[in-house]
Write a protein that binds this ligand. Structure first.
Ligand SMILES: Nc1ncnc2c1ncn2[C@@H]1O[C@H](COP(=O)(O)OS(=O)(=O)O)[C@@H](OP(=O)(O)O)[C@H]1O
Length: 364
């Protein structure tokens, strides 16, 4: 009887134990598949960013590297790992739409639709870094110097330098030397007659001193500014062909661009206002580019130690950030008579430039 009971009990229990085991196996299997799916999802995400990073490495590095901007290079451009999350509030914008609908796979490398062409030491790095907060802008981090130095490499090479962009996003780069190189306007025009051109201009006297400050930091043995400014110190004749002075002849350079592009396609940014009112100047650039004003004063704060506006949250970072040490350097103090002589020299050039620009930049 006991044996029968045992038999019954055994027979009775066996199927439910099997079911439980089966249930356990199913639970384990489904957990494993969820884990696998998550892993695959994560890995594809990683590959995508790795691809982006590799593409950044293909970008120009040493010989045409970004001029030590000191910004974190996580997103929105090549030259380093500047890819990543979109900037501030960009509802309804290409980048955010892409994030939510997987459109990022459709991003391609395209030739730029906008260029910051100058001027050297005008504040071009600051402008580029401010603009890249915009989710509809994809900007190359380094200076490719395509139209002035690497033109022989061809447009296909140039295209591969560009960051990947979605339809609707504006691709751009900055190379301040373009503004003053004679052959550039025609070359840019042959790439695109619709390209939008941006020039950051700054008082040519301070610009020249800024330029000299950079030169002397690299070659400390050069003669003082006061002697390089003159062809002949005793006659007081200015050496307008000395590069730091020649770059400041804005009217002359702009004139060349105007033979290839209409005035409406060139936007002038005041380098001084870019410091005193960054949001205002960047606002006008966004208008010029046909973009919504997404980069606003909410993005900036004035850093008293640096003496310049800095970003509360630069791209790909949650920490406030200022431009690097090479931006906003202390200038050598220049003899006041030489300063005056330079102001007098630039006066007629500046007046002509204001007329062409249709605005007075207020330089002394
Ligand atoms: N926000 C902010 N932070 C730091 N510096 C700023 C900023 N906005 C404009 N500037 C001015 O930018 C000047 C350098 O200009 P560029 O970036 O055009 O220089 S370069 O041509 O790329 O070398 C740099 O010139 P210096 O002051 O002579 O160093 C700055 O005056």
């Amino acid at each position: 009887m006991a044996a029968f009971h045992h038999h019954l009990h055994h027979h009775h229990l066996h199927p439910s134990a099997d079911l439980r085991r089966l249930f356990h196996r199913l639970t384990i299997a489904s957990s494993l598949s969820i884990l696998c799916f998550s892993l695959v999802y994560l890995l594809t995400g990683c590959c995508e960013s790795e691809l982006a990073d590799n593409s950044e490495l293909r970008a120009p590095t040493r010989d045409f590297a970004a001029s030590g901007s000191g910004w974190p290079h996580e997103r929105n451009g090549t030259g380093s790992a500047r890819e990543g999350s979109p900037g501030a509030s960009g509802e309804g914008h290409a980048a955010l739409e892409a994030n939510s609908s997987g459109k990022e796979w459709t991003a391609t490398r395209r030739l730029p639709q906008a260029l910051i062409i100058g001027v050297k030491k005008g504040g071009t790095r600051a402008l580029l870094e401010f603009l890249r907060l915009h989710p509809d802008i994809r900007a190359l981090g380094s200076e490719p110097h395509f139209f002035d130095r690497h033109y022989a490499r061809g447009l296909d090479w140039y295209r591969t330098m560009m960051p990947k962009a979605l339809e609707g996003q504006i691709v751009m780069e900055k190379t301040p030397r373009y503004f003053v190189t004679v052959e550039t306007p025609e070359r840019v025009h042959s790439m695109s007659r619709d390209v939008k051109l941006i020039v950051v201009v700054r008082d040519p006297v301070t610009r020249a001193i800024s330029d000299y400050t950079q030169i002397i930091s690299k070659t400390p043995d050069i003669p003082p500014f006061e002697s390089l400014v003159f062809k002949n110190r005793s006659t007081g004749q200015i050496d307008s062909l000395w590069s730091p002075l020649w770059i400041g002849l804005y009217a002359q350079h702009l004139e060349r661009w105007l033979t290839w592009f209409p005035r409406s396609q060139i936007h002038l940014v005041s380098g001084e206002r870019l410091i005193s009112d960054p949001a205002g100047e960047v606002g006008k650039v966004q208008d010029f580019l046909g973009l919504q004003r997404i980069v606003t004063d909410k993005h900036f704060y004035f850093n008293k130690t640096k003496g310049f506006p800095c970003l509360k949250k630069p791209e790909g970072s949650s920490k406030p950030h200022c431009l690097g040490k090479t931006k906003g350097r202390t200038h050598a103090s220049i003899n006041s008579e030489v300063m005056q002589r330079l102001r007098d020299f630039y006066k007629p050039h500046n007046q002509r430039f204001y007329q062409m620009a249709g605005q007075d930049f207020g330089w002394q």
